[in-house]
Design a protein around this ligand. Sequence first.
Ligand code: 5BU
Length: 244
Amino acid sequence: MEVAARKKSLVCLAADRNTMSGLFELIELVGPYVAALKTHVDLVEDWNKEIWEEFCDAANNADLLIFEDRKFADIGKISRNQMAGIYDIRSWADLVTSHLISGPDVVDGLQTGWSDVNRDGGVLLLAQMSSRGNLLTPEYTERVVSEGRKHAGVFGFIGNGSRPSEITDLRKMVGDEKMIWTPGVNLQTGDGEMGQRYGDPRSAIISGSDCIIVGSGIHQSENPIEAAKKYASASWNALLEREL
Ligand code: 5BU
């Protein structure tokens, strides 16, 4: 929230580019207008450890938390080991996403992964999703929230940015102590590619989101800088509107 206030932006950039040069270019262009950076490390075709370290340094220099959207879902022991492995997510990610489908120990596994390298991090649990036909029912959402609220290692929840009413419901369940971050947000609302759905940035924040996760709305725009500025001001103004 400190970074968000400094940059006047509640935008997390979903940096879904599949080359390192594309990723570096994105940070350089829009770093000043976004508050966090979401990655899918396994999308990158020319990934190697050294260049990824440079990329994480560039993100840190741009004052960005790094959030690996890994959507962990295994038993605790395996999740802990999946934080290591070739990508060594535990060493550079500040936040990761996880399902709670396997039970609460997945969160302990992820937290142990960070402590194995003397780092701290936060887990965002998938309480809802933005894609059509997903199987996260309202009852499931409630179970995830009631488990997640109790857990110090859970930083917050993923909500469905495409449906403001679902965000309102989620905020009621979550209360004020944990965050809600929402993908499925675009200034052009409606159906996206392959089952993605989009809602409007202002509506997401007004309904209780703390951070809008925006991918193609920025990185596929003809002018990513102008697009990032638009999402930043829509989110920040909505926060001011909501809190007044
Ligand atoms: P888009 O280009 O703004 O549609 O990208 C959305 C990003 O958010 C993409 O990286 C997805 O993996 C991510 N996402 C999502 O779209 N919906 C979800 O429910 C979750 C993550 Br969880």
